[in-house]
Each structure stands twice: as structure tokens, then as C-alpha cells.
Design a protein around this ligand. Sequence first.
Ligand code: CA
Ligand code: CA
Length: 836
Amino acid sequence: MSTDLDQLWDPCATCVVRSHSDDKIGAKSHTELRVWYRSGRLFITIFLFTFVKDATPHPQCLDFQPPFKPPYHLEFCKDYEKFGCCDQTTDNIIAERYWDIMDFYEIPEYELCDGADEGSQLERSVGAANMLQTNSVKSLKIECSPYAAHLFDAEDPYTPVRLLPGLCSNYCLEFHRKCGSVVKHLTDDPGLRDTCEKDRSKFCHLLNLADQEYCYPNVLRNSLLNNNLGHVLADRKGCLQLCLMEVANGLRNPVLLLHASDDTQRMFVAEQVGFVWVYLVDGSRLEEPFLDLSGEVLTTPWSGDERGFLGMAFHPHYRDNGRFFVYYSVLAGQKVEKVRISELRVSMNDMNKADPMSERVIFEIEEPAANHNGGQLLFGLDGYLYIFTGDGGKAGDPFGKFGNAQNKSALLGKVLRIDVNGNSRDGKPYRIPQDNPFLIDAGVRPEVYAYGLRNPWRCSVDQGDPVSQHGRGRIFCGDVGQSRYEEIDIIERGGNYGWRAKEGFECFDVKLCHNSSLRDVLPIFAYDHHVGKSVTGGYVYRGCESPNLNGLYLFGDFMSGRLMALQEDRESGSWSERSVCMGNTTTCSFPGLINHHHKFIISFAEDQAGELYFLATSYSGSTSPFGTIYKFVDPSRRAPPGKCRVKALPVKVKGKRVPFVPVERTVFELNEKPTRPPFKKVKFTTKPPVTSLPTTTKASPAPLPRETDVRGTIPMEPTQQPIRHEKTLKAKSCPKSPNAKFHKKRVKLRKEKNRQKGRDCVKKTAPREGVNVNKVTLLEGFGVNNTLGGATTNEQDRRLEAKGMIRGKSSPKSPRDTTRARSWGRDRGRRRGGRM
Ligand SMILES: [Ca+2]
Ligand SMILES: [Ca+2]
């Protein structure tokens, strides 16, 4: 864009000043104006349809977020009632602004604008009003367009946000021909007014958008952009595109993330080595762990080790009783390995600490091999504790006559269900629910709820459709396969899930498979080992922020790193795959979103509001701090603003907090448009001249000579701003007018956007040569030595080191240092959604 255009689109220039208050149109009724508006639609139909090239839909509102479906009827911005960027409040505000503008409208202008001699005064008025409506109102309404950010040039941080949307040249020329005189009522900018009067094509050039796909009204007519608005985006192969948000990092094999249903919105993240960390709603982590069982937990740094801290579940009434349950591997004696399920309580003195002395073992199960240890714990909606065990290990479930999983007298390869709200008569710390399926069967463990599982890795409870409650209480499991199939099951009371007779839908042990007594429950979905080799069960999305995902079961594969989804056919009850993939850079081009993740998908998670996450790492050793937690974001549609606000009860924090510092580069950052030419280097052959005179203030130290880099260039000071930036500053001092508050809002959004990018306009203009110096400063500011995410503290490191689990920290430069260095200047803590 030219400097002229910048000048003309200076937001200040278009502030409406009430200088024509004497020329009020008079009191027009609402009905009359509606008639004008309807006939105004006819007017736009004359506009020519310009060439539209292949476009990738990327709706984006002025608040830089995906559009949404307004919850109720919109009175004024009817065009965007089904899908757009405005709710009722904004609709009302825009209506008010419209009436403010109409107050400036004067009768004689109608005739000029209409350009016709015939017809009554009223008709001419109507014609003129159409133009005014069409242009001023439409331009106001365009704020509600799902492509508002494109139309107002809000996406490009280098250009000022327009107060009027970009108009396509044909539309603009027509507008100018019929209605040019109205411009003076739409803007106070003398330059624009003048251009409007003198040079039609220049005027329209100024109003045009560089991208012809998005100028008004082309954007309305591009079927590619508008046909599937608000639906989950699929790429050309039909793959559903999702984006991610990084919410925590630096974790050592994070095996689970869970909430305590206590309205604090805290998230508890467990690492395989035995630590549980507390994350607060602002994204920060408490420095001291909630629980440290690393001294008890059996595991090794070997990346294939399936032993460790595997599961945890908060009692449904945790808020009142502070009880929670854990599932982990232990070494009993020299060689006997077990899994232990035990109960603990929160500390009396600190709500963010478990009481380590409170552990009460519920039971232990001997593990005949190091693999297949299950590990899921969860409370069903019936209030009972469900425990998911593996078949014991090795391959092909070789234990006993027909393996552990089909043997109901063994606790392995099972879903167990117990009542932890009381002790049994024979002194066990739990009771057997009266409706457990095998109570009367001789030789069957009464805890068994379902059987025939190989190694259930991650099971979840469906919270049900938020409106109809459909699906509520169903338990989904991913059951890891042997050598051919991975499967997803819905756990039914008394169900036999087939292992080792079957693997997926196919026979594994042919003899057992053809036994008439098998009567197994088939998986709802299975995939072969070309797709992945180790399923990680997920969750049915029941959250608020991404309404299109409701009912979708999201899961993945640990080995292939593939994310997958299943969709239910409510009629038949069957499930089919809906392929999911990371959205492309355009699709995920919203601030704070990323479209890549670490390969090894360890676990999925759900927060109290039902939003979904997954935990993955780039190296799956239990001491490797490369685990990251990602939140799913649907880029095609969000819930109306304000709908998903969750209350967070205050959390009393006693220790230190470690702020969240993202390390992944967001699509927004990767996608920055190089619209600004590089700055000319200021080269000095000698030391730079002293620019400031010595002052009498003794306290101010003498300015240090600035260091030059190898090329002899000097980083530019923030004061050395290009002229264009002054416009932004000038915009801030815009006098108050009916439009000022809206302008202010946009400036605020723009500032916010820039802040999310970790730099305001001032920093943005710093030359590349200065980056080295700035980066050092910023890194110091963040504290390179800060521990991030669940990174180990020295104390923990020493302990693990003593156990032989990690090597001594000999290398001062970890790979994380380099990734961290890329994150300079970003501050995610302040961002909406930067929490978990
Ligand atoms: Ca085992
Ligand atoms: Ca099965």
C-alpha cells in the first residue's frame, strides 16, 4: 500500500465529527429504513463479479479468532445471523453507530446521490438512502462478516486497521458514480474527501484491497469461501483439519493430565517417573510437585519401558474428602514386580500438596512380565472406581491354559470395578458393587467387570451431549494389539473383549476364537499396523469452545504419531473413522495456534469444561524432558464469545510458580508476511557519535558504548522508528467520536495481537541486525536457567541420578535451549486460552 493510502486510512481521519448536526435527516421510522435497506440489496446485484482465484477459506473475525454462530437472532446484521463475528451486543452497538451516521444525512444529498430527476422526493430519498445504507451500513455490518479481519486489513500487522472495509473496484466505481457526495459524511479525512471529488479511480484504488478474493462484495460471492462456513474444515482428501495450542512443555513422559472436578480449573499432570505437577489456570506450574512417588515407582529411562506411574483418579467428591487414587509399578523384593493401586489424600495444610504419609494400598497385582501393565484408573458416573489392567505381558498372553485375559480368576487383562466408599467384611479397603457381573460365579474374582483385554491404554468416560445427554457415562478404551490390529472398545458390564482369542476383529488364537462360549464384544473400530502400532485411547469431545467437534471420539497412535477420530452414526450405533490431520498454515493462522506436534502420543486428556488435550513427546524415555501438552482447537468455528467462560475458584498458592513459556513457533509467527522492506543499515566506520548531551543529573550513568556486531552494524534503538509507525501513535490520540471507541477497540486488539507475537510495533521495527543483542537481553529476562513445565529441579535430578535413572548433567546445552531461544519475546500467560 502506498503512503497516501496509509494517510487516508489513518483511523483518525475517518473519525466522524458531528459537524453536520444541523443537517439531520429528521426522524425516519425504523420500518421506512428497512424498506430502504431491502431495495438497497437490489442495488448491489448490479455489481460485476470479478475473477476469483482458488482460495483457501480462512474466516477470521476482527478479534483474530474463528467466527461463530450467534446464539440468537440478529436484528441489524441479518446477513451474518447464521454465521459470523457478531453477537447481539455487537449487533446493537452497530445499529447505534448507524443511527449516529444517519444523523448527518441531509436531504439534498439524496438527489445528488440518486442522480435522477424523476420520481418523488421520497423516492429519491430512498434511492440515496440505499447508497448510504449499502455503503455505510454495509461497511459497518461487514464487521460481522466471517471474513472481517481480511476486509478491514486487520491481519497484516504492518498496516493500520481500516475503519471502512476494502471495496472491490467495480463496486467502488459504481458507488462513486452514484453516491460520491456521501463520502464527506462518512469520513472527515480531507485527503479522502478531496480524492473522492477529484479522482474517482484514485479514490477507488485507495479503497481497494490487495487480495481481490476478500474485497467487498467479492467475498460474499466466493462459493469456496462461503459454502461450508462454520463446518469442520476438510482438506482435499477429506481430512478434518484441526489446530493445536501448546499449553505445557518440558515434561518427562507425561502420562496423564486430569482435573479434580473442584472448580479450581487446576490441572494435574503426572510423569511416568512418579511426579504429579499442579498447573494453574493461568498456565503456570507450581514449582513443588503435588505428589512425588519417584522413590517408589519402578521404571527405567529406557524408551520402551511400560512400567512407572501410570494412572491416577480423583474421587468424585475430592473437593470435600481430598481422596485420590494412583496406579503404579513397584518392585516387591528382589525380582517380583507388581502394580499397586493405592489411595492418598491431599495435605491438610496445602491444597496443592498430597499428604505422602496418607498412602493406603487398595491392592497389588503381581506382574509376570515388564510389559502390558494397563494403568488406567477412572471413576464411572456410578461412583465406582474402574481399574484397567493389562494381560501381564510378554506376547500372545502365554500365561496359564488360555492366558490371563480370558481367565476370570485372574485380575490381569481386566476391567475391575470396586466401591472405595467403604471396607469389606473381610477387611479389604473396598467393597464389591452389588451389580458386578460375576458375583455368583465360582472361581471368578468378584472385582471383574469386563475381561478379555490385552493392554488397555487410556480409557475415558463420555460426559454426554451437553444438550441431549446422549452417550453420557459410556466408557471408551484403546486396547493395544499384538502384531496386527489396534482397537477401540466401549466397555460393557460383563463384556468379553476377546483377547487372546481375537485381536481386533480377527482370530488370534484360532481354537479359542472358534469356541462357542467366547461370545465376545467386538471393538467399535480397529486399524491395522500400517496405520499405527500402539493405540492411545482418547475422549469424546463434549467441550464448549469447539462446538463442531461435539460427539467426535479423538484418539491416536503412540508409534505412528497419528491422530484419529471416530464419529457415531446415531441411527445404527456404529462408529466410522473421520480422518483428522493438522490444519495447513492458512487454516491454523490464528494467534497462538500451532499445527504440528511431537510424534509419540502418550495420552489424551479432558479438562473440567470438556476441552480436549493430548500429551506427546519427541523422545519417549521416562527421563527425557521433551513432553508437551497440546490443546485441540477447531479453526473453523468457535462458540459465541462469553459462552465458554468458566469460573475458577481461587487457589491458595504457598510456593513459587513457574510461568509457562511456549517453545513451539505458532503458525501465526511462521506465516508472517514480509510486507515491510528491510531497514537500511546505519553503518559507522568508527564508534557511534554521542547523541545525547551530558546532563546534570548525577544519578544517570554515562551511556555505555554500544557493541557493534561482526559486520560493524549497530542495533537500532526503539527511538529510531520509521515514519509509518508514528501513524499508529497518532491514531491513539484520535479525539473521541462515535467511532473512536471502536477504533480504540481495534487498536487494542492490534496491540494485543502484537503482544502475543511478543513485540509491539516498536520492537517490530527493530532491524534484524539487532536481534542478537535483543535476544540475549530477552533470554536473560526469561531466565535461561528457569525450569519450565515439569522440568526437573536439581533436587529431583540428584535423586533420579542416584537411582541411575538419568545421567549427570554434563552437557550445559540441551536441545531445549535452542528451542527455547526461538521463543524469545513471547508471553503466553496473558493470552486467553493460554491456560489449561
Ligand atoms: Ca506386565
Ligand atoms: Ca478385543
